[in-house]
Design a protein around this ligand. Sequence first.
Ligand code: GTP
Length: 273
Amino acid sequence: MTLWCGSARERLHSEGDSSVYEEEYKIVVLGSKDVGKTAICQVYVGGREDVKHIDRLGVQKNTKFRKAEFCTWDQVDGVSCCLRLSELHLPLQVNPQRAHDDPIIKSLTQRADGFLLIYSVMDMDSFWATTGYYDLIIELRGHAETPLVYIANKTDYDGGQVVTSTKGRDAAFDLGASFYETSVKCDPERIKFVFHDVIRQVRSVRNQAKLQEQSCTRMRGLICRLSLRSKRKRSQSRTRQKSSSSEQSKELSGDHSPENSTELSTDQLVFKS
Ligand SMILES: Nc1nc2c(ncn2[C@@H]2O[C@H](COP(=O)(O)OP(=O)(O)OP(=O)(O)O)[C@@H](O)[C@H]2O)c(=O)[nH]1
């Protein structure tokens, strides 16, 4: 696994790494201040050895939304993937109109394949804020089928948990998300599962879209074949109608030429004899 922060595109170009992975995922890590967004990304990207350095993170954050970006490579269920992680820090109360008008929030939310929605078990406000963030995601994307993992972070604080596990689990159930309790200090291995979960969710959405596309193509082919067949039938029946009506008109106009009437040719024979 590679630790790297910065512009993913630059690195791919400079190291020619674009051919080493089979799939690409854009994941947005969303939450309010100090819930551990950067720490979670850092642990996943850097692995266990970075946990002890978690307090002095060398990540450059965009001042407006303190947006950090990470790029890493991983193997999930035997398939190599490139993950582009974008961290988005939102205020506790999001103003939907302002978020709508903000190009960073809008583009990150609309282009993401999946989301990690994080709160801190030590901070009730960060927990309440997640509902507003979820509404914003759904509003900006225009549909509810969004791969989403709901995370209760900082569970290593014993005794003083303000947000209980039950509360978190119920909220995750309401949002239709999977739920994980994490601690970057005590259980970095679990963080790997969290990212793998969102990747699997994205894969299943992509597979469904692929299946739908295939069945649409099959349906289009079937409609095309049916319309061709009915066209052919119509033109055949038109030709048949034409030929029978021309025969009828010949009979009515008294066309008794030898090639059209066997009766006449017999008469002619009698007359000749
Ligand atoms: N004990 C403990 N501390 C944590 C955990 N996760 C993060 N922290 C600490 O919480 C503080 C904030 O962590 P960050 O990762 O910077 O949080 P953030 O959500 O990225 O913060 P902003 O970007 O400022 O919104 C840091 O001091 C971390 O070391 C955790 O699971 N347990």
